[in-house]
Design a protein around this ligand. Structure first.
Ligand code: GRF
Length: 203
């Protein structure tokens, strides 16, 4: 699996993926890390693991499609076959999806279809959910939507703040993202309608 990882910020999931590769828990070759923001902190993780980085500022493009075309060009240049969105804050279009059919993966800090979009942890708290969690899914054209590869549940505690809940969810994100990517790399999954069979057992 030749991975291209798309980030916008902190990059802790990127780090978890690169660590899993280094520790032979994920059989993948990270080919390039692409950020749409020059100052993304996560770029430093790529440097630490000697993975090439490229910055493609979304503000340079008038349309989402032309931005995605530029991203696809970078990914192709690095011979990527699987794209992992890891805190990438742009909505992606058909241009990217059609370039890597069935091989664009996203992680979201809630149990989808609950709480899509921004601030999923705060949404869960505000709603009064007693359980939330994390979802790794194949990406389709809707935001935070597509066949689910893996989920992990995280309880919401009475004294949780957005920060405490986010940090417990993040631990599960870092555990489950490499597992889900490995399952995809194994080729052991298949789609039956919306269902991914052979995905990672839920916890
Ligand atoms: C994570 O919570 C991820 O689920 C969401 O954005 C956040 C990115 O964090 N999509 P990081 O940049 O990987 O640290």
């Amino acid at each position: 699996m030749n991975l291209g990882i798309l980030i916008s910020g902190r990059g802790s999931n990127l780090e978890a993926i690169l660590t899993a590769v280094a520790e032979h828990r994920l059989a993948a070759a990270p080919r390039v890390v692409v950020s749409n923001r020059r100052g993304a902190l996560g770029l430093r993780h790529a440097a630490k693991y000697d993975v090439p980085t490229e910055v493609v500022p979304h503000a340079d493009f008038a349309r989402r499609e032309s931005f995605d075309r530029a991203i696809v060009d970078v990914l192709r240049r690095h011979e990527v076959d699987t794209v992992a969105l890891a805190g990438f804050d742009r909505l992606i279009t058909r241009v990217l999806l059609e370039a890597f059919p069935g091989h664009v993966v996203n992680i979201h800090p809630a149990l989808l279809p609950a709480f899509p979009g921004l601030h999923a942890q705060r949404q869960a708290l505000d709603y009064g959910a007693r359980v939330t969690g994390v979802t790794v899914h194949l990406v389709d054209e809707q935001m935070d939507h597509g066949p689910i590869l893996a989920q992990a549940a995280v309880p919401v505690l009475d004294d949780d703040t957005e920060e405490s809940l986010s940090s417990r969810i993040l631990q599960q994100e870092h555990r489950i993202y490499p597992l889900a990517l490995q399952r995809l790399a194994d080729g052991g999954i298949h789609l039956e309608g919306r269902r991914v069979l052979g995905g990672v057992p839920s916890t």
